[in-house]
Design a binder for this molecule. Structure first.
Ligand SMILES: *[C@@H]1O[C@H](CO)[C@@H](O)[C@H](O)[C@H]1NC(C)=O
Ligand SMILES: *[C@@H]1O[C@H](CO)[C@@H](O)[C@H](O)[C@H]1NC(C)=O
Ligand SMILES: *[C@@H]1O[C@H](CO)[C@@H](O)[C@H](O)[C@H]1NC(C)=O
Ligand SMILES: CC(=O)N[C@H]1CO[C@H](CO)[C@@H](O)[C@@H]1O
Length: 845
C-alpha cells in the first residue's frame, strides 16, 4: 500500500517536473533518505571537492576538474559570488572567470556532479563575504535577518542564479550535473545574535529556496535546526562526532578543511595528508555518506576579491591541487587511494548494517555487513600510541591517530597514516602509490631575456599633490562628520581620502610649535599628510579592527590642511553582524598641543572625501593609455612611497604555471597586461615564532598553530600570473607601490615539480611524474631493500637489490613519467629473505 503511494507520488512529481522544465530527457532523480543521497533511487557516496571559479581562469577549469576526477572525486562544489556578479545594482557580470554556466559545464563534461552553494552569503575569506557593498548602502537594510530590503535583494539574486541554471538545464532534475544546492551558509553559528528574527529569517530562506522548484534537495550547513525540507550538514576539521538533528537526514559534511587560509603577517599553514585522510576515513566509519574538501583547489584572490581583512592574495589552502593547479603530493595521491577504497565499498557503506566495537575510548572497530559480506574500519585516535586490537582471532596494529580499512575484514588495504602501503594483490586502482613532489620555482627561460637585471623599468609618481593640499577635482563628497569608507566608496577602491582644514591663530589654545595629530581609524592603513607633507603612515597589526595613529607635526599659523589617505585591505567576511563594522577613519581625529597641552577635536569639521587613486582613475595599469608619455625612464626611485612602476617582459616558455617574484617591494597592486593579479605585500613578514621543523600528523589540527612553515619570511613573495593573461611576445607588468620598495629584483619564474620522491612497498606499482613537459633528468637515489630516511636524505639500508639504480634509470630517465612494478622481478633479488621490502627513489625533474 505504502509502496503504491510513494510510486504514484513519484509519478506525480515527475509529471510536475516535465511541466516545469520541459522534456527531462535524461532527468536524474536526486533525493535522500536517512543514510545517503540517492541518485535514481540508489544510495551514493558523494566525494566532493570545492573549486571556486573566480579563483582560477576558465582555461584552467577543465584541467582542475579532470585532476579532481583523477583524484577520485565524483562531485565539485562551488559558492556563487554575489558581489562579483552584481558589482553595481542590477548590472551583472558573468564574463571571464565569472562565467558560472561555463564552469558548471566544465564539471558536466567530465561527468562529475556539482553542488551549487548559492548562499548568497559565502564567507569564503572573500571580500565582504560575497555581499555587494551597495546592498549595505541601501536605506533600511539589515543583513541576514528578517528585513524586507535584504530579503528582497537576496531573493532576486538567488532567483536569477536558479533561473540561469534552469535555462541551461543544469539541475540534475533536468539532466544536468547539479545534485544539491545550498541556501544561506553557516547561519547556525551566528543565529543567536539575531534573536527571533533570525529564526523567522531562516524559515523564510527555506521556503523561498524550496519555492524555486529546482527538483534537487537544498542543504543548509551548520544549521542544527534546519527547517524541513532543508538538509542539515556539518563543517569543520572533523565531523565524525556529528549527527544530524533530523533522523531522516543523511550524515553529510560540506566543509572539511584541507588546510587553512593565510593572512598577511601569517606563516604558511599545512595540514598533513595523514590527518586529512584520518578525518575522512573516520567520517565514513561513523556513517557519513557525503563529504566535501574545502578546498580541493584554493586558487588565487585576484584583484580586490580577498576578504578578511588581511587575507593574502594566494588562497592555496594547502589543498590537494595547489594554487596553480599542480598536484600537491603526497596529499592528492594519498586521498585518491582512500577515495578508491571508499567508492569500492559504496554499497556496503550505504546499505550495510553496522556494528560498533569499542575496545577502549580511543580504539574502535566498525563492521559494515551487506549481503553476507563485511567491511571493517579500525580506528585509533590515541595521539601518542600505536594500539593493537583483535578481531576474529587476528591481531591488528593500528598506528596512533589513524584508521585502517579492510574491505573483507581481514586484509588491510589502506591506512590513513601510512603514505605508502603494502597492498599486494588488490584491485588496480589501489596499486598506485603517491609520490612526494618537491615543487621548485625555475627562472624564466625565455632565451632573449636575462633576468632579473635586464628588466627595463619606467615609473611615475602617483599624482596627488592636490589631494595632499586639499584641492580636489571630480566627484567628491563632503560631510561634517567622518563617514564610513564603505558608504562612500561602495567598495570600488581600497583607497579613500579624508581631507579637512583647520584655521589656527595665535590665541588658539592648541597653538604652539608642534602638535600631535591623533587619528582613530578602523583601518586598515592610514597615510597622514599635513600641509602637503607626509608625516607618517601606519597599518593595523595583523588586521586588527582599529588602531590609533599619533604623530608630531609642525602646526602653522593660519590654515592647516590635513589629508588622510585611508586604505582597506579586504573587507571582513565573517562573524555576527560583520557587515556593519565600520571601515576607514572612525574618529575622533584630534590635534593635541599648545603650551597648555590641550586637545582640539576636529572630527566634526567639514571633511571632504575622494575615492580612489588618481592612477586608478586614469587606468595607468592598462597597456596603452594616452598617459604613456608621462612615464620616466631615468632615476628609477627606490623606497619611495606612492610610485607606479612599469616594465615589459617575455613570458617563460612552456606551459608550467608562472609566478612573479616581488621580493623587494613593499605593498600595493600588480597588473599584468591590464589584469589585476591581486594585492602584493612581500614586506609583511610572518612572525618569527610558531613554526616547527617537524610536523606531527597526530592530534587535532587547528589551522593556526600546527605545522606552520615560513616564519620570519614574507607571507607571500610569489604571485600567480595565469598563463592565459600572457602573450607570446611582450607583456606588461604594472605595479602601484604604496609603501616604497625596489623593483630591481623582480623576476618571473615557473612553478614545477623539482623532485619526485617515493618510498613505496613491494607489491605496488609506483608512478613517478614530473607533471607537464619536463622530463626526469637524473635519478639521485634509488634503492630496493630497506632504505632509510626521507626525500632529500635517503640512505641505503640492508638487503639491497644491487641493480636498482640502473633499472630505475633505464625506466625513467628522459621520460615525463614512468611506472615501476616494485618487486624482485623488476630489480633483481634482495640479499635477505622473508621481509617486506621497499623502494625509495629521488628523481630530479
Ligand atoms: C594513549 O595511550 C596510552 C597508553 O595506553 C595512554 O597512557 C594515553 O593516556 C593515551 N592517550 C590518549 C590521548 O588517549
Ligand atoms: C556609491 O553609490 C552611491 C549610490 O548608492 C552613489 O551616489 C555614489 O556616487 C557611489 N560612489 C562611488 C565612489 O562609486
Ligand atoms: C599632555 O597631556 C596628556 C594627557 O593629559 C599627557 O599624557 C601628556 O604627557 C602631556 N604631554 C605633554 C608634552 O605635556
Ligand atoms: C565550524 C566548525 O565546525 N568548527 C569546528 C572545526 O573544527 C574545530 C576543531 O575540531 C572545532 O573546534 C570547530 O568548532
Amino acid at each position: 500500500m505504502e509502496k503504491t503511494n510513494s510510486k504514484s507520488m513519484f509519478l506525480l512529481l515527475l509529471s510536475g517536473a516535465i511541466l516545469l522544465f520541459g522534456l527531462p530527457s535524461f532527468a536524474i532523480d536526486v533525493s535522500h533518505d536517512d543514510r545517503a543521497i540517492t541518485i535514481n533511487g540508489e544510495r551514493r557516496i558523494i566525494l566532493s571537492g570545492s573549486i571556486h571559479y573566480p579563483r582560477s581562469t576558465p582555461e584552467m577549469w577543465p584541467s582542475l576538474v579532470r585532476k579532481s576526477k583523477e583524484g577520485g572525486l565524483n562531485t565539485i562544489e562551488t559558492y556563487v559570488f554575489w558581489n562579483a556578479h552584481e558589482p553595481l545594482r542590477r548590472q551583472y557580470d558573468f564574463s571571464g572567470n565569472l562565467d558560472l554556466v561555463r564552469f558548471i559545464k566544465s564539471i558536466q563534461s567530465e561527468g562529475l556532479y556539482a553542488i551549487l552553494r548559492i548562499g548568497p552569503y559565502v564567507c569564503a575569506e572573500w571580500d565582504y563575504g560575497g555581499f555587494p557593498v551597495w546592498l549595505h548602502n541601501m536605506p533600511g537594510v539589515k543583513f541576514r535577518t528578517k528585513n524586507t530590503v535584504f530579503q528582497n535583494e537576496m531573493q532576486i539574486f538567488t532567483t536569477l542564479i536558479v533561473d540561469m541554471m534552469k535555462r541551461e538545464n543544469l539541475f540534475a532534475s533536468q539532466g544536468g550535473p547539479i545534485i544539491l544546492a545550498q541556501i544561506e551558509n553557516e547561519y547556525g553559528n551566528v543565529m543567536w545574535s539575531y534573536g527571533n528574527d533570525g529564526v523567522e529569517y531562516i524559515n523564510w530562506c527555506a521556503k523561498m529556496a524550496n519555492d524555486l522548484n529546482i527538483g534537487v534537495p537544498w542543504i543548509m550547513c551548520q544549521q542544527s535546526n534546519a527547517p524541513q525540507p532543508m538538509l542539515q550538514t556539518c563543517n569543520g576539521f572533523y565531523c565524525d562526532q556529528y549527527t544530524p538533528k533530523s533522523n531522516s537526514t543523511p550524515k553529510m559534511w560540506t566543509e572539511n578543511w584541507t588546510g587553512w587560509y593565510k593572512d598577511w603577517g601569517g606563516a604558511n599553514p599545512h595540514r598533513t595528508a595523514e590527518d586529512l585522510a584520518f578525518s575522512v576515513a573516520r567520517f565514513y566509519q561513523r556513517g557519513g555518506s557525503m563529504s566535501n574538501y574545502y578546498m580541493y583547489h584554493g586558487g588565487t584572490n585576484f584583484g580586490r576579491t580577498a576578504g578578511g581583512p588581511y587575507i593574502t592574495t594566494s588562497y592555496d589552502y594547502d589543498a590537494p591541487l595547489d594554487e596553480y593547479g599542480n598536484l600537491n603530493q603526497p596529499k592528492w595521491g594519498h586521498l585518491k587511494q582512500l577515495h578508491g577504497v571508499l567508492i569500492s565499498l559504496e554499497k556496503v557503506l550505504t546499505y550495510g548494517s553496522t556494528r560498533q566495537i569499542d575496545y577502549n575510548d580511543k580504539l574502535a572497530a566498525t563492521v559494515y555487513t551487506y549481503e553476507g559480506q563485511s567491511a571493517c574500519f579500525f580506528s585509533n585516535w590515541n595521539w601518542t600510541n600505536d594500539l593493537t586490537l583483535e578481531y576474529e582471532q587476528t591481531q591488528y596494529t593500528i598506528p596512533a591517530w589513524s584508521v585502517s580499512i579492510l574491505p573483507d575484514c581481514y586484509t588491510e588495504v589502506y591506512n590513513t597514516a601510512k603514505l605508502a602501503k603494502n597492498i599486494k594483490n588488490l584491485f588496480v586502482f589501489w596499486q598506485v602509490n603517491a609520490q612526494t613532489s618537491i615543487m621548485v620555482k625555475k627562472p624564466n627561460d625565455a632565451d632573449d631575456q636575462k633576468e632579473p637585471y635586464e628588466l627595463q623599468w619606467v615609473w611615475r609618481s602617483e599624482h596627488f599633490e592636490n589631494f595632499k593640499n586639499g584641492i580636489v577635482q571630480g566627484s567628491v563628497m563632503s560631510a561634517n562628520e567622518l563617514l564610513d569608507q564603505k558608504a562612500v566608496a561602495n567598495d570600488t577602491s581600497d583607497y579613500m581620502w579624508y581631507m579637512t582644514s583647520v584655521d589656527i591663530d595665535e590665541s588658539d589654545p592648541v597653538y604652539g610649535e608642534e602638535a600631535i595629530l591623533h587619528v582613530h581609524t578602523n583601518g586598515h592603513i592610514v597615510h597622514a599628510f599635513v600641509n602637503g607633507k607626509h608625516i607618517g603612515s601606519q597599518y593595523a597589526p595583523n588586521g586588527h579592527w582599529e588602531f590609533i595613529f599619533e604623530k608630531y607635526f609642525k602646526l602653522r599659523k593660519g590654515i592647516n590642511q590635513i589629508s588622510l589617505l585611508s586604505v582597506t585591505v579586504g573587507l571582513p567576511n565573517y562573524g555576527a553582524n560583520f557587515d556593519t563594522a565600520r571601515n576607514g577613519i572612525r574618529g575622533p581625529v584630534k590635534l593635541i598641543g599648545g603650551v597648555k597641552n590641550v586637545t582640539k577635536d576636529i572630527s566634526s569639521n567639514k571633511w571632504i572625501n575622494k575615492v580612489g587613486l588618481h592612477g586608478e582613475e586614469k587606468k595607468l595599469y592598462e597597456v596603452d593609455t594616452h598617459y604613456a608619455r608621462k612615464w620616466h625612464a631615468e632615476n628609477l626611485p627606490s623606497h619611495k612611497m606612492f610610485v607606479w612602476y612599469k616594465t615589459s617582459f617575455q613570458a617563460p616558455l612552456g606551459r608550467d604555471p608562472v609566478v612573479v617574484d616581488l621580493l623587494g617591494l613593499g605593498k600595493g597592486y600588480a597588473w599584468v597586461n591590464g589584469h589585476n593579479i591581486g594585492r602584493y605585500w612581500p614586506s609583511y613578514l610572518a612572525g618569527e615564532h610558531g613554526c616547527s621543523y617537524t610536523c606531527d600528523y597526530r592530534g587535532n589540527y587547528d589551522g593556526n598553530k600546527k605545522c606552520l612553515t615560513g616564519c620570519g619570511e614574507p607571507s607571500q613573495r610569489w604571485y600567480h600570473i595565469p598563463r592565459e593573461y600572457l602573450k607570446d611576445d611582450d607583456n606588461v607588468l604594472v605595479l602601484f607601490e604604496e609603501f616604497g620598495g625596489t623593483p630591481e629584483n623582480v623576476n618571473f619564474q615557473t612553478v614545477t615539480v623539482g623532485k619526485a620522491c617515493a618510498n613505496a612497498y613491494e607489491g605496488n606499482v609506483l608512478e613517478l611524474s614530473c607533471q607537464g613537459e619536463r622530463v626526469i633528468s637524473e635519478i639521485k637515489f634509488a634503492s630496493f631493500g630497506e632504505p632509510q630516511g626521507t626525500c632529500g636524505s635517503f640512505r641505503k639500508g640492508g638487503c639491497e637489490a644491487k641493480n636498482t639504480l640502473q633499472v630505475v634509470q633505464k625506466e625513467c630517465l628522459g621520460k615525463q613519467s614512468c611506472s615501476l612494478d616494485i618487486s624482485e622481478d623488476t630489480f633483481g633479488p634482495t640479499h635477505c629473505k622473508g621481509g617486506t621490502y621497499r623502494l625509495a627513489v629521488e628523481a630530479i625533474c
